[in-house]
Design a binder for this molecule. Sequence first.
Ligand code: SAM
Ligand code: SF4
Length: 348
Amino acid sequence: MVRDEYLVKIRSAREGQKLSSEDIRFLLSTSEREEEIALFEAADAVRKVYVGDEVYLRGIVEFSNCCAQNCLYCGLRRDNRALVRYRMSSAEIIAAAKNARSQGFGTIILQSGEDPWFSRERIVDLIRAIKEETDLTITLSVGERPYADYLAWKKAGADRYLLKHETTSPNLFRGLRPGRELGERLEALRWLRDLAYEVGSGNMVGLPGQTDEDLAGDIQAFIQYDFDMIGIGPFIAHPHTPLAGAANGRLNRTLRVLAITRIVTRDTNLPATTAAGVLDPKGRRLALSAGANVIMPDITPPLYRQHYQIYPGKAQTPADGHGLAEMVSSLGRRISQGPGSRVRSQYI
Ligand code: SAM
Ligand code: SF4
């Protein structure tokens, strides 16, 4: 049964009224399927008005799985000795970028663990080479680095940066990312904004110990920081991490966070995450119907892709090809050929 107050809360969010933490928790915590459907439909309607029917593609090249950090949730963590480590050569990374362009991608994400071997200068050289050889928009996602690195990469031509804050609960953050502090990550996000990158951030849903109050805090941070892209994915337990055996995040809870985020942020870019697709084969399709407008296909060469095991099942995600285009067109949507920058809505 749909409660009137649930529909009223969705309507006030759609009309732009500020949601308190309590309001967000109320929307998140429904156990009524009809209420959830009303939330997803509202998010889909907001998506259509503010970002339209186009689905943006961003190809991800995972160029190194070496990492100096030890995040408890991640299969690339330093102490995971079971992982075969790799670094792609500059020539391989540039070839992957050119290949992405010839496949029709307008933008690529260069992602890695926090790998100091890829120094400021090495990444500058990569950006310059890719910009010389292609007209690709470049997103970097290589973790927390000094301000001077972000500055040098922007000057070399990088356009965007993806750095998920993961959780806005300082205690949860501290427990999950040993030796790191939430404040440092948020500061890095402010630097990136000041340097005029398009900034992507995001969280994981269903982290062990995470409450609805924490998730409400994440959504409030999404509004406060006005991110250009927000990746909202379920936590998936990896067997070779200290969180082995923990419960995975639930898809529907993830979709509720996504839907509320669409309604309150309106014109930001929201991916249907790979992790949602790993939890359920229909996960990305459901996300596209609950507010998402971006897909990030993995275009890492298969030789390396198999070793970029952030969570189980990820490396087995097929490279998308035709299946993706069919899924998007079956929703009455179309794949965009452009770089998919955030277009600020004139309606806000
Ligand atoms: N090292 C960079 C960083 O941490 O920002 C980029 C690579 S990291 C593997 C990319 C993202 O993977 C993280 O931001 C995190 O949200 C996600 N991730 C890591 N472990 C995960 C897990 N077990 N389940 C779901 N997502 C996970
Ligand atoms: Fe390294 Fe990023 Fe994984 Fe943390 S989430 S262990 S920083 S790759």
